[in-house]
Design a protein around this ligand. Structure first.
Ligand SMILES: C[S@@+](CC[C@H](N)C(=O)[O-])C[C@H]1O[C@@H](n2cnc3c(N)ncnc32)[C@H](O)[C@@H]1O
Length: 217
């Protein structure tokens, strides 16, 4: 399901040919890509959950051409945008977008296994229960030895660490009391409970984190 969000949470402006442009995705794509270049396998199958506008998968697929990328999205308008961005980029290593509701039980059942799964800026927009569900699905969909890269804003040891983070978290909870920032240590615990091994926690621009986890080989 798509939860009710404040207007600040998932901004994407219309462009030509069905494309959408998210300013946040333009800002953080290179930093996330640098994490992928360091930790992702060079070849195999990659799944992106909640691909948004499609700006990210274009950057990631160009930088990691040995991976075959599967973008996914729950929102039909964004699925149109993803295919439009990919078509314009002329990338042969990106499949047509698929519908995926990552909070649905067993979303992973009809696809995979994947050598890499990437999830950017979704966990704070869903409930704790849905977040755990997403991570359980990731663990099931990864191949042994596969890598999961999870990016977003997080509390640190239970604390919101800046005025901007406190404001954004309050806006999220005002729209839906079940959503909001997750805690970095709690999410590391969810990863462990799902069967993944948390491997790296990388500080990212604008107070965000990239958590890298691996499925045991
Ligand atoms: C803040 S945007 C991030 C998009 C993209 N990952 C990025 O960083 O540009 C959140 C995205 O999650 C999608 N989304 C919301 N709920 C979802 C769910 N249950 N399963 C999959 N995607 C979902 C939204 O449609 C939106 O595209």
């Amino acid at each position: 399901m798509i939860r009710k969000l404040p207007p600040t949470a998932s901004v994407a402006d219309p462009q030509e040919s069905g494309k959408l442009h998210a300013p946040a995705a333009a800002r953080n794509a290179d930093a996330i890509c640098a994490v992928l270049l360091q930790h992702a396998p060079a070849t195999g199958r990659a799944l992106e959950i909640a691909s948004g506008t499609g700006q990210h998968v274009v950057v990631f697929a160009r930088a990691l051409p040995g991976l075959h990328w599967q973008p996914t999205e729950i929102d039909p308008a964004r699925r149109i945008s993803i295919d439009a961005h990919v078509t314009e980029a002329g990338l042969a290593n990106v499949a047509p977008v698929r519908h995926l509701d990552a909070s649905a039980p067993d979303w992973h059942a009809d696809s995979g296994p994947y050598d890499l799964i990437v999830l950017v800026n979704l966990l704070h927009l869903i409930s704790d229960a849905e977040g755990r569900q997403v991570l359980n699905g990731v663990a099931a969909a990864l191949a042994p030895g596969g890598v999961f890269v999870l990016y977003g804003p997080f509390k640190r040891s239970g604390e919101l660490i800046s005025e901007g983070d406190r404001r954004f978290d309050a806006e999220l909870r005002g729209a839906d009391p079940l959503i909001g920032y997750k805690d970095d240590l709690e999410v590391a615990g969810w990863l462990g409970n799902s069967g993944l091994e948390p491997a790296h926690c990388v500080g990212m621009p604008a107070n965000n984190l990239a958590l890298v986890a691996r499925k045991p080989a």
